[in-house]
Design a protein around this ligand. Structure first.
Ligand SMILES: N[C@@H](CCC[C@H](N)C(=O)O)C(=O)O
Length: 278
């Protein structure tokens, strides 16, 4: 099985090209690929499949989940094998792959995700921008880290986030263990961001991702963090810099949409031997 490995601010992915829509991808195989010792190692898998050949994309379209003629479906899986709605960094890496493989023209194009169609733009400076849609502030909740409960904003980015702005330095947190959260608010789990405001529209963010554990970056989480910091400052729009363990992301909040800009690179390619398939 051919694969490409890539990352966006060190949120890393195994990319699986599937031009014929023929790949069966059970959760056990995704988890084996993402295993950092026995597999290739990644935070998630980006299954690259033509939208018209994907039964799931066809079903999403049929129920009104998207319109238009986007050619490719990003079938995103967390490292535990779970299929979830959206991945901001993953989409930037997905776009980089399509362009480098000659499957999309550099410039702007649409990609289908489980959260709907997202527009990507290859920037002249080499970064990639994703239209992330309108962040929905759903209410307030909390996350518990090392026995302490932190209040947080519930932000729906297509996927669920609880974004906790705190005065406690986030560098001190151990986000490896699963933080506590309210299962009544998040019945399918949640991505937890711990955030420090460190300057003019600048935040430092650490994240524990649903289905992965602590990662070095999270694109949807970066937008949720900017939304939470803006909310705390009484703002709703503006350009925010989000420092993550793996680098810097730029989040642009507008009245009815948001954008995420950052690096996206491909670092390796190869064959995953059939003998190791489980
Ligand atoms: N790393 C991603 C988010 C991936 C999905 C997330 N773990 C979830 O379960 O919702 C990003 O860059 O947005």
């Amino acid at each position: 099985m051919r694969f490409v490995k890539g990352h966006g601010t060190e949120n890393d992915f195994v990319i699986l090209p599937d031009p014929d829509g023929a790949l069966d991808l059970p959760a056990t195989l995704v988890a084996a690929l993402c295993d950092r010792r026995a597999g290739i190692g990644a935070d998630g898998v980006l299954h690259v499949v033509p939208a018209k050949l994907s039964a799931e994309a066809t079903e999403i379209r049929a129920r009104g989940g998207y319109t238009g003629d986007a050619e490719w479906f990003m079938d995103y899986r967390n490292a535990d094998g779970g299929a979830v709605e959206m991945c901001g960094n993953g989409l930037r890496v997905f776009a980089r792959y399509l362009v480098e493989a000659g499957l999309a023209d550099p410039g702007e194009f649409d990609v289908v995700t489980r959260a709907g169609v997202r527009r990507v733009r290859m920037e002249p400076d080499g970064r990639v921008t994703v239209g992330m849609g309108r962040p929905r502030v759903v209410g307030e909740s909390w996350a518990t880290v090392a026995g302490t409960r932190y209040p947080g904003l519930v932000v729906d980015m297509g996927n669920p986030h609880v974004a906790c702005v705190t005065g406690e330095p986030v560098a001190r947190f151990d986000l490896g263990p699963q933080p506590g959260f309210d299962p009544a608010v998040f019945p399918t789990g949640v991505n937890v961001e711990m955030i420090n405001s460190v300057g003019d529209r600048r935040v430092v963010m650490r994240v524990h991702e649903r289905g992965c554990g602590e990662t070095r970056s999270c694109g949807t989480g970066a937008v949720a963090s900017a939304v939470a910091a803006a909310h705390a400052a009484g703002e709703t729009t503006g350009v925010w810099t989000v420092e993550v363990l793996g680098g810097l992301l730029t989040v642009t909040l507008a009245d009815d949409t948001s954008h995420l800009t950052g690096p996206a690179v491909l670092v390796a390619s190869g064959d995953y031997p059939a003998a190791t398939l489980t």
